[in-house]
Design a protein around this ligand. Sequence first.
Ligand code: SAM
Length: 372
Amino acid sequence: MIIEKRTEIGRLVTFIPNKHTPIHNWFYYKEGFSRDFVELIIRSLKLGRESWVLDPFCGVGTTQLTCKELGVNAMGIDVADLPVFVSKVKTADYDVSVLKEVSKKIFSEKFRRQDLSGLSSIVRKAFPRHVLEDVLFFRGIVEEIEDDVVNGFFKLGLMSAAIKASYIVKDGGVLKIVKKKNIPPFRKFYRNRIKRMIRDLEEFKTLNPTIITLKTDSRNLKFMDDNIFDAVITSPPYLNKIEYTKVYRVENELFFKEAEPMLRSYIGDLVENHVDSEYGDLPAIASAYFKDLKRVLSEIYRVLKEGGRGVFVIAQGVFPTGIVESEKIFSKIASEIGFETECMWLVNRRVATRDRVVKIGYADEFVIFLRK
Ligand SMILES: C[S@@+](CC[C@H](N)C(=O)[O-])C[C@H]1O[C@@H](n2cnc3c(N)ncnc32)[C@H](O)[C@@H]1O
């Protein structure tokens, strides 16, 4: 197996470059990769106007939005409400003059006091009271917008402005409440955000391919025909990282009714005992993870065209007992299914610790190229 050292693109498999990329930066999703990564892959696989790309773990739609810009047809799938919503808003087609009209109306409404009694204590602690009242006030107005596309646009602007004006700090997989002093006046802040989002749309160029985002579980893609995609570009949830629902608890409570935990049976039974799985002596959680990944990979194999390519960002898992070399297990599973692993890029090397301080080695991150 050829492993190429490509650490110069390590940053591209993170969300950080998107912070300064219009539309991609409408919502900060720590788990995401960057627009530039997707472009790099699209160019190296020579995908074009006739091609179809699938991202079965699409998060906030980085793949679909980049495809929209570059004129490649794309479908994104995610199992959670929040990323599906963000993906849809970022890739929708808008009539900017309607957005400007609605914006004028929204920001001319007179503030009405809001009842905070139904909210959880974490949401109440996450904002200064006057900001929270403002957020609820605008939420009420936005909910009344009948057109779903327009409604989504203002809801996303509100959601990200709310988080910016909160005490929330997302530190790894943990949500922290840190009392900051200078929180900007919310109405002005939200209005500026909407202005900027409208400007982003005015400047965005697209070749108008077909872009679809679906909320479903990628372990079961029965509804799809065989042999339809030219490529898969994706980053599955990392082995022992981030429990998504926790970090987005405040957004979920304020803007979605998603009470159920995210469908992710990879969380397994959370018992950290070892099982002798078919892929070696693994922590139970890792064994459950690879079982699920095998189901997804089998589905991907089926829906890819003959000769189709799969590009996956995969990181090694860090457990108190040591490092799990996910890339090797991934490649083994892929070959059992029928894929050929063409090559791997080593893109990041991070120090792995136990109990946050004890160094136990390095956790590497790879981009893996498969061919059907
Ligand atoms: C690493 S993130 C992908 C981020 C994406 N590349 C981006 O730029 O936003 C993994 C995503 O997989 C989703 N996910 C987890 N389990 C899933 C499943 N069974 N089916 C579909 N999506 C799933 C999570 O909700 C999460 O958004």
